[in-house]
Design a protein around this ligand. Structure first.
Ligand SMILES: Nc1ncnc2c1ncn2[C@@H]1O[C@H](COP(=O)(O)OP(=O)(O)OP(=O)(O)O)[C@@H](O)[C@H]1O
Ligand SMILES: [Mg+2]
Length: 359
């Protein structure tokens, strides 16, 4: 990857873990490295092993095989409190009988720092998350979002090299979640601490991260930048899990200089492959173009009938039945819907924005 080993704050080398009594491993030969100051996300469906990675890095779980390396040292046997990491959990776990300030000071008190230094650092951390006016409140006197900010202040006050966050925004409403996403990105940049952020929300992972690792049943499905993952998913799992795609059968037939793809018997211009044979193609909703029938059918378009239309706010998802296939495309939402159920339409694709997978 060209990055020297020393700039990694964490690496997992062939980490596997099977919980007692489980049939399948929760982690299966997982290897990746997090760079210093990076916003790194772990994205995957429920049960894919995200929390297990976090708990293994924090030291609450132990790998059956493989190494966890931090700051150049293998930390497999090192207890949690001796690792240079902090964790923010989904439930914010503030001490209920301590004020916000006392909560934030707590990790420093444990380290035996002097009172004056403690309160200075706590105030600074609270200012970073815009919570300095709530210093003297108790946790039950705060909203969910404010509690999450206080928990965040507590986890950054001791300036760990790596901060682990396990779905920290899951309990918040949409508006607060979006606001906190901005707060987290700004905070991460300002502090320069590496964040390892666990989420099952692809939007969150794509919008905030420098790099994302996608997990599928304890294995790495892809590790790349958000744009690569979105535009060049390396397998079918990633293309299904990230973004919204139609997955359609395509048949490549021998033509001059290669093979041309046919969907539902219609040759699609520009859809070329090096060899003939059956395959599947992932077509993003936004790569499906739907237009009204204007009498002349253009080459490479499929004819269909609108089956349903979902109004999503900024756009509409139009589900079109084309022979044996259903294809969903997004169109900009306008006040009076352009497409009505039962309407005949034609469908074409932006082939640049598709991915072909052979068996
Ligand atoms: N303490 C445990 N004992 C036995 N099995 C466990 C334990 N913790 C997790 N598992 C199993 O390990 C697998 C991975 O779990 P993990 O909690 O890491 O998933 P996750 O990706 O964090 O899921 P979610 O998005 O639901 O939080 C799951 O199949 C889960 O049932
Ligand atoms: Mg989890």
């Amino acid at each position: 990857m060209g990055t020297p080993q020393t700039s990694h704050v964490l690496s997992l080398e062939g980490v596997s873990k099977t919980y007692d009594g489980a049939q399948k491993p929760a982690l299966d030969n997982v290897s990746f490295a997090v760079r210093a100051g990076e916003f790194f996300s772990i994205l995957g469906p429920s049960g894919s092993g995200k929390t297990t990675i976090l708990r293994t890095v924090a030291g609450f779980e132990h790998p059956d095989e493989g190494k966890i390396v931090m700051g150049g040292k293998t930390v497999n046997g090192v207890p949690p409190f001796k690792r240079d990491v902090r964790t923010v959990f989904q439930s914010y776990a503030l001490f209920p009988h301590l004020t916000v300030r006392e909560n934030v000071e707590y990790p420093l008190r444990m380290r035996g720092e002097a009172k004056a230094i403690r309160s200075g650092k706590a105030l600074e951390a609270l200012e970073l998350v815009e919570m300095s006016t709530f210093c003297e409140r108790l946790p039950h006197q705060l909203s969910g979002g404010q509690r999450q900010r206080a928990a965040l202040a507590r986890s950054i006050v001791s300036r760990p090299t790596l901060l682990l966050l396990d779905e920290p925004l899951a309990a918040l409403d949409l508006r607060l979640r979006q606001q906190m996403q901005h707060t987290l990105v700004a905070l991460q940049r300002e502090l320069g601490i590496a964040f390892m952020y666990v989420t099952h929300d692809q939007g969150e992972a794509l919008s905030m991260s420098d790099r994302v690792v996608v997990l599928d049943e304890g294995k790495i499905a892809q590790l790349s930048t958000p744009r690569e993952i979105y535009f060049a998913p390396s397998n079918e799992f990633v293309s299904r899990f990230v973004g919204r795609s139609n997955l359609v059968p395509v048949k490549f037939e021998t033509a001059e200089g290669g093979a041309i793809g046919k969907i539902e018997g219609t040759g699609v211009p520009g859809l070329l492959a090096p060899r003939a044979g059956p395959a599947r193609m992932a077509i993003r909703y936004e790569a499906v173009q739907i237009s009204t029938l204007d009498g002349s059918q253009h080459p490479g378009t499929l004819r269909g009938v609108v089956e349903d239309v979902l109004f999503m706010g900024t756009n509409c998802e139009v589900n079109v039945r084309c022979g044996a296939l259903n294809l969903i495309g997004t169109v900009p939402a306008v006040r009076e819907s352009t497409f009505l159920v039962g309407q005949p339409v034609q469908v074409s694709f932006d082939v640049q924005n598709t991915q072909v997978f052979y068996d």
